[in-house]
Design a protein around this ligand. Structure first.
Ligand code: NAP
Ligand code: GLV
Length: 329
């Protein structure tokens, strides 16, 4: 025992817990399907050196003030918009995420969602189960072509590039908009840069792979939806608040765009009274982008290793604020 303490905010795979329990005194919020209540979290962090948290846990100044010994916050996610990174950096607390390991699983899910939305798979399945299938009909449950269509990718990072590679297998024309042009990716993947508005106007499918930041909040709103084709499909497996959900609801309801596939929402879980639930032309998933057994286990292991290797050797693997390491020693 190194005498150091770790709090884990949810039941996680045993292989990840073993990494922590071998070295530290570990306390776990033992539930699988419930966010740790705030008062328990604030109480538990009082003595800890490390926090293993999920994207459902808000790590803000209030929490940091309640945790005077905290040295590392290890998020079991690549996105870290749930964490006030600037406040952590100010207090010399390292923040880590889980990049790379979930890229392919999330890109697979994005493509599954794109196909399911384009070809109306959930609606078709409900139709059959509800006993509505009377006969093969020429235009029954007809969708949009995917093969050979134009895909616009917003945010050409790890997942955006992985989605582009999949799209090439469907002979799609792939456009992208990102903060920086990537000439190497353009050549290797055969993709084309467009500015944001051009991409929205030209694409049959728009897929969002941006992190949620102050700049990307509301990145797709009324104006942007108005630029899209009436036959276009919007896919969001990034973060809900990147899209203005009310504006999206209106665009879908009024058929100004054709459909949307959403894995993420402004409020999660999606409220029972969300009007999105009433629309036939939207496919809704419960934030399962990275949800394969292997990927979720690997994410938990990376988060645990970040804690172990920072607390024992000062070397986290995937810090998002590495400047803390330079100033800490
Ligand atoms: P990433 O590699 O960091 O890619 C993000 C891309 O967006 C980068 O190319 C980045 O540009 C670009 N970008 C950032 N801000 C921008 C802006 N204001 N305007 C234009 N482009 C901007 O991240 P990733 O691993 O692909 O993950 C992307 C996001 O997916 C995560 O942040 C997370 O929220 C979400 N995600 C969701 C799930 C799910 O379960 N649904 C699973 C995994 C990830 P630079 O290269 O210049 O920084
Ligand atoms: C999931 O949404 C992640 O950011 O890893």
């Amino acid at each position: 025992m190194g005498g150091k303490r770790v709090y884990v905010t949810r039941k996680i795979p045993q292989s990840a817990l073993d990494i922590l329990e071998e070295c530290f005194e570990v306390s776990v919020f033992p539930e699988e399907d419930r966010v740790v209540p705030r008062e328990i979290l604030l109480r538990e962090v009082r003595q800890v050196d490390a926090l293993f948290c999920l994207l459902t846990d808000r790590v803000d100044k209030e929490l940091l003030d309640a945790a005077p010994n905290l040295k590392i916050v290890a998020n079991m996610a690549v996105g870290y918009d749930n964490i006030d990174v600037a406040a952590c950096t100010e207090r010399k607390i390292v923040v880590t995420n889980t990049p790379g390991v979930l890229t392919e699983a999330t890109a697979d899910l994005t493509f599954a969602l794109l196909l399911a939305t384009a070809r109306r798979l959930p609606e078709s399945e409900r139709f059959l189960r509800d006993g509505k299938w009377k006969t093969w009909s020429p235009m029954l449950l007809t969708g949009q072509e995917v093969y050979g269509a134009t895909l616009g990718i917003l945010g050409l990072g790890r997942i955006g590039r992985a989605v582009a590679r999949r799209a090439k297998g469907f002979d799609m024309k792939v456009l992208y908009y990102s903060r920086h042009r990537d000439l190497d990716a353009e050549e290797k993947l055969g993709i084309l840069y467009r500015d944001k508005d051009e991409l929205l106007k030209e694409s049959d499918y728009v897929s969002i792979h941006l992190p949620l930041t102050a700049e990307t909040r509301g990145f797709i709103g009324e104006r942007e939806l108005g630029l899209m084709k009436p036959t276009a499909v919007l896919i969001n497996t990034a973060r809900g608040p990147v899209v203005d959900e009310n504006a999206l609801y209106r665009a879908l309801k009024e058929r100004r765009i054709w459909a949307a596939g959403l894995d993420v929402f402004e409020t999660e879980p999606l409220p029972l009274d969300s009007p999105l639930r009433t629309l036939p032309n939207v496919v809704l998933l419960p934030h399962i982008g990275s949800a394969t057994i292997k990927t979720r286990t690997d994410m938990a292991i990376i988060a645990a290793r970040n804690i172990r290797d920072y607390l024992l050797a000062g070397k986290p693997h995937t810090p998002v604020n590495p400047e803390v390491l330079e100033t800490r020693s």
